[in-house]
Ligand binder design. Structure first.
Ligand SMILES: Nc1nc2c(c(=O)[nH]1)N[C@H]1C(S)=C(S)[C@@H](COP(=O)(O)O)O[C@H]1N2
Ligand SMILES: [Mo]
Length: 199
């Protein structure tokens, strides 16, 4: 499948493809991490959803992998202007993880092993728009790309897709995450080119 997608996109020119404004196509998969890559062993991995009332829903690695997983193909758009089309993943839909979570909160703050955070409206994590991904291109997700498991919210700029995902906290009031707090756009829609505050 890598051959098919490489051959296909290799014949395309940037202007043949509908890319979000200001983006260019790339074939490779750049690594963008704000700090060192945490080495998280699956034996010690856990993921927690904490509601606005403090209720915790927790999964260890076996519990995550026991859930129904989905194969999906999606385009990635990084705020540093590269886009990568047709990437192939496997993961658990956030709809599955939120199935038994009772909340009236409007916002979510994703947090990672290593301390990274990013905020987004809860509704952007639901309805088939977001996954905890553990496989990329048919292989276990590598640590540099967020393995053992990362958030993937491909309709927003890729900084919203927290690598080494550890938990999601539901909150009534939106609070900026790591990049949002230093000037990146609070929402980050690539099609509206929401790169920085004020865009
Ligand atoms: N935990 C964590 N997640 C993160 C980041 C990070 O530094 N730490 N960088 C973000 C940014 S800015 C981008 S563009 C993507 C890059 O993902 P990649 O390294 O797999 O290309 O991860 C996002 N998720
Ligand atoms: Mo990024």
């Amino acid at each position: 499948m890598a051959l098919v997608s490489r051959g296909f996109s290799g014949r395309r020119r940037d202007d043949d493809v509908k890319l979000p404004p200001g983006q260019y196509l790339t074939e490779d998969f750049p690594v963008l991490s704000a700090g060192p890559t945490p080495q998280v062993r699956t034996e010690r991995w856990e993921f927690t959803i904490t509601t606005e009332t403090g209720e915790e829903h927790r999964w260890d690695w076996a519990a995550l992998r026991a859930l129904p997983a989905e194969h999906f193909t999606t385009d990635l758009h990084c705020v540093t202007k590269w886009s990568k089309l047709g990437t192939m993943w496997e993961g658990v839909s956030l709809d599955t993880l939120f199935a038994d979570v009772e909340t009236t909160a409007d916002y979510a703050l994703a947090h990672s092993y290593g301390g990274y955070t990013t905020n987004l409206p809860l509704e952007d994590l639901l309805d088939g728009q977001a996954w905890i991904a553990f496989s990329y291109g048919g292989e276990d997700l590598t640590a540099e790309h967020g393995g053992p498991a990362r958030l993937l919210v491909p309709h927003l700029y890729l900084w919203k897709s927290a690598k080494w995902l550890r938990g999601i906290r539901l909150v009534n009031e939106d609070t900026p995450g790591f990049w949002e707090g230093v000037g990146y756009h609070n929402y980050g829609d690539p099609w509206r080119e929401q790169r920085y505050w004020g865009d």
